[in-house]
Design a protein around this ligand. Structure first.
Ligand code: ATP
Length: 586
């Protein structure tokens, strides 16, 4: 397929904010694509060259792009920067420069999606000496061959800043429309931008199957290839130890009564440990692989966990769900999450970190065991398997503390004891429920003392003045709504001046600088990759921010390297908290 066919689609997607229209545009693209193009097409359509589960980033900064545009079109970097300042989007800068230059000298070749995909993938995988020059050469090779519109999207793909608004929900629906549209009687009215679906029940069933297929594989290329074959193939997508699965999430409850009403009696009550989620896989050939809940592989960072699993868990292959908690190796006391979070991203001095900040693994679920997928097996049975295969060892690997009860008094006692021991709270779990990867469905609930906090993404920042000159010192925050990021305020408190005192301006500046995609005077816009927990006193309505809300007295409490953009607070949650707040005041 020619890349120009795809860029025409990008442009149409960019020009509409309507979800149905986006779904229709993509569905048409998928429907008519040849089998041999599907792989590259699916990744490029969602603005990437990797499946969701691979932690890899393309990793190209704005500065590299500026150099590549300059080399490709023979304009100075100063000129490119000047245009960038006025247009604010390097993709459009490349398009504009290409338009001017191409009229005179260069001619475009026919770029294919395979060629674009191949070059960008090479760019992402390139490291070591001379990598920057090679990256610039690979981008330039594409840009010199590109038509102006193609130049726009090559630059944006490389920068991972597509702006076409295709989230995983739209991808999933587009796959259904493309391959089962006729069968389900889906009729899209292009004029009124509305849809008619003949068999809604069946449509829901198909959308659920596609979602499940995605939650299991985390790879739309796998989903689309199965869907193209048949509906049955979609259902046959299996878990595979070694390929990360999305974790099941918990709903929040206000008290034990509400908890019992949701999960039924009796239920399992477990300690809610304050650590981070670890999905521990043992592959069919005996390798241990560890993933975070954002599907990043962290095996190398936790060699001790690999050893514990080999020693304390029986079985040829499995996928375990667990919470790793840090502890002080001298005093044998648990540590709060923020003190061990640095281990997740740490790439060097791993042995030292392991001794200074060791973790204990608390296993609470199992999704796969010795060739058998267990996600449809009731929780109670899954736990029985865990009881059989885990040999517990304190400070290394154990099972989550559990009480099965129908008695509210016993539950209350368990909850208070957990809090007394310094734990975050408890989890309440439905004994007969399956495991639903990626879903927040009320099969497990969390109960903890009320705290005003949200996880939000940093989408921009402002350089400071005076003592804070040269550092980013005020951070623009965003929540999510239907695949879009909406700003909800700024935060500058809770952050330290000195690096050794904790989360500092210096650390945040270092983290954010490589993510800058645009600068406007003192303000920078960044790729939304840094997630932080923000505490606040109150939510207010605000016309200033796109979310319609602002947080009063926001304070940055911690970095969340274990979270991705998909984990940040939804506008709906904020709206709900806002209305509850009103009720409390009255
Ligand atoms: P929170 O910020 O309240 O921890 P969350 O956004 O991390 O919530 P939720 O799924 O909403 O994630 O809450 C459950 C989290 O609690 C799990 O993701 C897991 O990391 C952690 N956890 C600790 N102990 C347990 C346990 N026994 N069973 C399940 N999850 C547990």
């Amino acid at each position: 397929m020619l890349y120009s066919e795809l860029t025409a689609v990008y442009e149409r997607l960019e020009n509409t904010s309507k979800r149905l229209e986006k779904t229709f545009i993509l569905a048409k693209l998928f429907e008519h694509a040849k089998d041999e193009d599907l792989h590259e097409l699916v990744y490029l359509a969602s603005g990437s060259v990797f499946p969701d589960y691979e932690e890899k980033e393309i990793g190209v900064s704005s500065q590299i792009i500026i150099k590549a545009i300059s080399t490709s079109f023979g304009v100075s970097t100063g000129e490119v920067e000047k245009k960038w300042k006025s247009i604010g989007d390097l993709g459009k800068v490349a398009e504009q420069v290409a338009t001017i230059k191409k009229q005179k000298t260069l001619f475009s070749m026919h770029l294919t999606i395979k060629k674009v995909f191949e070059n960008i993938k090479k760019i992402a995988e390139m490291t070591g000496k001379g990598a920057i020059e090679k990256k610039i050469a690979l981008i330039s090779e594409l840009l010199t061959a590109a038509k102006p519109l193609e130049a726009r999207y090559i630059v944006r793909t490389v920068l991972e800043d597509m702006r076409v608004g295709v989230g995983s929900g739209v991808m999933r629906d587009a796959i259904i429309w493309a391959f089962f549209g006729k069968q389900l009687g889906i009729k899209y009215d292009e004029k009124n931008k509305s849809v008619e679906i003949h068999d809604r029940e069946k449509y829901k069933q198909y959308a659920n199957a596609a979602q499940q297929a995605f939650d299991r594989s985390n790879d739309f290329a796998v989903v689309i290839k199965a869907a193209k074959k048949s509906f049955k193939h979609l259902g046959d997508i299996e878990l595979e130890p070694g390929i990360p699965v999305k974790v099941m999430l918990a709903l929040k409850v206000k008290n034990l009564k509400e908890g019992f009403e949701t999960v039924g009696k009796p239920c399992a009550i477990e300690t809610k440990y304050d650590g981070f989620r670890m999905m521990i896989n043992k592959t069919e050939d005996g390798k241990i692989k560890i993933f975070t809940r954002r599907l990043d592989e962290v095996t190398a960072q936790f060699p001790e966990v690999v050893e514990y699993v080999k020693k304390h868990v029986k079985g040829k292959s499995f996928i375990l769900d667990s919470e790793a908690v840090g502890y002080d190796p001298k005093k044998f006391r648990y540590r709060p999450f923020q003190e061990i979070s640095q281990r997740i991203k740490r790439k060097y001095e791993i042995q030292r970190m392991m001794h200074e900040l060791p973790v204990e693994v608390n296993v609470f679920d199992i999704l796969y065991f010795d060739g058998k997928n267990l996600i449809s097996t009731p929780f109670k049975e899954r736990r029985k398997i865990l009881n059989k295969i885990v040999t517990e060892s304190k400070w290394k690997l154990k099972l989550a503390k559990q009480l099965i009860t129908a008695d509210e008094k016993d539950a209350e006692k368990f909850y208070h004891e957990a809090l007394k021991e310094g734990e975050e709270g408890i989890m309440m779990k439905n004994l007969t429920a399956p495991y639903k990867p990626g879903a927040r469905v009320g099969y497990m609930l969390k109960l903890k003392p009320e705290l005003n906090e949200f996880d939000l993404a940093i989408v921009g920042a402002e350089y400071g003045t005076g003592k804070r000159k040269g550092w980013l010192s005020s951070f623009i925050l965003a929540c999510q709504d239907k695949g879009k990021l909406l700003e909800i305020g700024k935060v500058g408190t809770g952050i330290k001046e000195k690096e050794e005192e904790g989360l500092s301006f210096i650390e945040l500046t270092k983290l954010l600088k490589p993510l800058i995609i645009r600068e406007e005077g003192k303000i920078v816009h960044v790729k939304p990759e840094i997630i932080v927990t923000i505490t606040y006193q109150e939510i207010q309505k605000s016309p200033t921010y796109a979310s319609g809300f602002a947080l009063r007295f926001p304070r940055m409490s911690r970095l969340r390297p274990d979270r991705s953009i998909k984990d940040i607070a939804f506008l709906e949650e904020i709206r709900k908290e806002y209305s509850m707040q009103g009720r409390k005041r009255k």
